[in-house]
Design a protein. Structure first.
Length: 298
């Protein structure tokens, strides 16, 4: 049975890679989205009125409309939360905290699906088929008991630990506003901010000067999200690759322990063929003994 488990686990590795790549793509696709605290149509009209159009090619692009809406939302958050301090000295923390849930909530959904998928695959595509292949007519009842025991005490236990890890990571993503990758964060922020003048070339100077600090906040938050997305997939992959390897080893070990368990041995029944063959040989032995006794009396 152990060889069937090892073969199934080895054949699962490409599927695990695909699940991991899908998780990474889903995380990379997470972007900064509007909070819904500013009317999108009003924001679009405001931007249109501030744009100097020189030709039809100067029509606003979707990303410009989106970034402008985000900047207006950042401005509103600043205005709603700013105490006795001038605008140039307001930081980005309160705005970042407001936007964290738009990243953290879908991230939590992606992570939970990834955890459910890999443990479901281990149970249904690796462990259960291996048990079926490794059992015979005489061990069917025992294998069913072993299956229940390992799913409850090994697989479920590992899955609970993985979910605890996932919950901890997701909760941290909702509240933690710090990254150790300060260099990447700073460089990404600068790259995004440098594109501001290029992307909004035709905005009137007065409006651009008024909105530039809020675009800076938006680009800073986008850079933070990008930094998070750069780190999370590998962090998750490293943990779960080790967790799956440990689960495989623990399952293999538990199968060996359970196969030698007295309860399991008592459940193993001889096949009907073995019983019939033993009965045939016993009857034959009895007949031979009887014949030998008759001969000895002559």
């Amino acid at each position: 049975m152990k060889e069937h488990l090892a073969a199934a686990y080895a054949s699962f590795q490409p599927d695990y890679r695909r699940l991991t790549e899908r998780m990474a793509r889903d995380i990379f696709d997470l972007d900064m989205k509007p909070l819904g605290i500013v009317d999108a149509e009003v924001a679009k009209e405001k931007l249109n009125s501030a744009v100097k159009k020189y030709s039809d090619e100067d029509e606003l692009k979707l990303f410009q409309i989106q970034h402008h809406l985000l900047a207006l939302e950042a401005k509103k958050i600043g205005e709603d939360s700013r105490t006795l301090i001038n605008v140039p000295y307001v930081g980005k923390r309160s705005e970042l905290e407001k936007w964290l849930h738009t990243f953290a909530n879908p991230f939590e959904t992606i992570l939970r699906k990834f955890i459910d998928d890999i443990f479901s695959a281990f149970s249904n595509n690796i462990f259960q088929p291996s048990l079926v292949k490794g059992s015979s007519e005489s061990t069917k009842v025992a294998m069913k008991d072993i299956s229940i025991h390992i799913k409850r005490n090994v697989i479920q236990k590992a899955m609970s630990a993985a979910r605890d890890y996932g919950d901890c990571l997701a909760n941290s993503a909702k509240t933690n506003v710090f990254t150790t990758n300060d260099h990447y964060l700073t460089e990404t922020s600068k790259q995004l901010e440098n594109k501001f003048n290029e992307d909004f070339l035709h905005i009137e100077n007065a409006y651009k000067a008024d909105m530039q600090p809020y675009f800076g906040i938006v680009y800073g938050i986008m850079a933070f999200f990008k930094t998070r997305k750069k780190m999370l997939p590998d962090t998750i992959q490293m943990y779960f690759t080790t967790a799956l390897d440990n689960l495989f080893k623990e399952t293999e070990k538990e199968i060996g322990i359970q196969m030698l368990n007295e309860k399991t041995l008592n459940m193993i029944k001889e096949s009907a063929r073995s019983v019939s063959r033993r009965k045939f040989h016993l009857e034959r032995e009895t007949k031979i003994k009887a014949a030998l006794e008759e001969i000895s009396l002559l």
